[in-house]
Design a protein around this ligand. Structure first.
Ligand SMILES: Nc1ncnc2c1ncn2[C@@H]1O[C@H](COP(=O)(O)OP(=O)(O)O)[C@@H](O)[C@H]1O
Ligand SMILES: [Mg+2]
Length: 311
């Protein structure tokens, strides 16, 4: 209330009016103060909220920024890897076409080169597709019971010819599980195609990086993963080994310790095998590690959660 006006009456006669009022300044001062305080308070609050928002969005954006960076790197590396075989095919075709008097034997040789490179290109595209699908969560995953002992035998059979050609002996060993209560101790739940691909990658590496006369052994044993029963699958070779600074990077995409050292250089890999293997192990909620001693050999160990043991 800013003012009060009262009529002054004596003996039924109006003597006048008495008005009591605040000076206007006194009235508006508190409200101006209030407005000032309010605007100061709300600006401070908006500022703090904006600051927190900026900070949180920075945190939230970091993985997006990282994965965008990784995607850019992946695309650049993939294009680089694809360009090389395509250039070789193109050169061979150009040379063959430019010859006015083609020699049959020479042409045969050029076609063989093209066939080999096309096969490598196909494998590379296959690997790139797997990783691209893995990144977008589109890798089809079949949940099926897989007997790892049987899978090991199949992969050993498939790779036997390559191992013989490389003069590397390939053997498999199953831990004696006769004391285990489970009926089929090597049974796990997983995707048969992915698991075959995983073991094939590891065995191919073992054979590829082991000199003549060496050995690659695949061993299955019962182990533990995060305090749960797991199956331990080990691929051990007596090959070149990997220097300590390389061991931390072998699971990185496109990483190769020394591009020239694989035995058959025309059949050289792309550095995606172990990255794919790691992704497959991850899809199965397992774990993978690589131990290596240069000049002595490499051991890759994979743990996959076991099925509940049947009593
Ligand atoms: N068993 C092994 N012995 C020695 N080096 C290995 C072995 N496995 C992998 N490596 C090294 O790790 C690199 C990455 O392996 P991988 O991802 O399978 O790619 P690559 O296509 O080159 O085989 C290889 O280039 C090789 O230098
Ligand atoms: Mg490989």
């Amino acid at each position: 209330m800013r003012q009060v006006t009262e009529r002054v009456v004596r003996d039924h006669q109006v003597l006048g009016y008495l008005r009591v009022s605040h000076p206007w300044f006194e009235v508006t001062k508190p409200s101006r103060r209030l407005i000032w305080d309010l605007s100061l308070g709300s600006s401070a609050m908006v500022g703090v909220v904006a600051l927190i928002g900026w900070f949180l969005s920075g945190i939230a954006m970091a993985p997006v920024r990282d994965s965008y960076q990784q995607l850019k790197q992946f695309t650049a590396d993939a294009s680089h890897e694809l360009r090389n075989p395509i250039a070789v095919i193109q050169t061979n075709v150009q040379v063959a076409l430019a010859d006015p008097d083609p020699d049959l034997a020479e042409q045969q040789q050029q076609l063989q080169v093209i066939e080999r490179i096309t096969r490598r290109l196909g494998r590379l595209v296959d690997d790139l597709l797997f990783l691209a699908r893995q990144d977008s969560g589109l890798v089809p995953f079949t949940h099926a019971p897989v007997d790892l002992a049987q899978l090991v035998s199949e992969v050993v059979e498939e790779q036997r010819a390559i191992a013989i050609a490389a003069a590397v002996s390939l053997n498999q060993k199953l831990e004696d599980t006769s004391l285990q209560p489970s009926l089929s101790p090597w049974l796990i739940k997983g995707d048969p195609d992915q698991l075959t691909r995983l073991l094939t990658n590891l065995v191919v590496n073992g054979v590829q990086y082991t000199p003549v006369g060496g050995t690659v052994s695949i061993r299955l044993s019962l182990g533990q993963l995060r305090n749960q029963p797991a199956i331990q699958m080990q691929v051990q070779d007596t090959g070149l080994g990997i220097p300590a600074e390389g061991v931390t990077q072998v699971f990185d995409r496109f990483y190769r310790v020394d591009p020239a050292r694989s035995r058959a250089s025309q059949d050289k890999g792309s550095g995606l095998g172990l990255a794919i293997s790691k992704a497959i192990v991850h899809n199965h909620r397992g774990d993978i590690r690589l131990d290596s001693t240069p000049g002595q050999g490499t051991t890759v160990t994979v743990w996959l959660p076991a099925l509940e043991a049947k009593a």
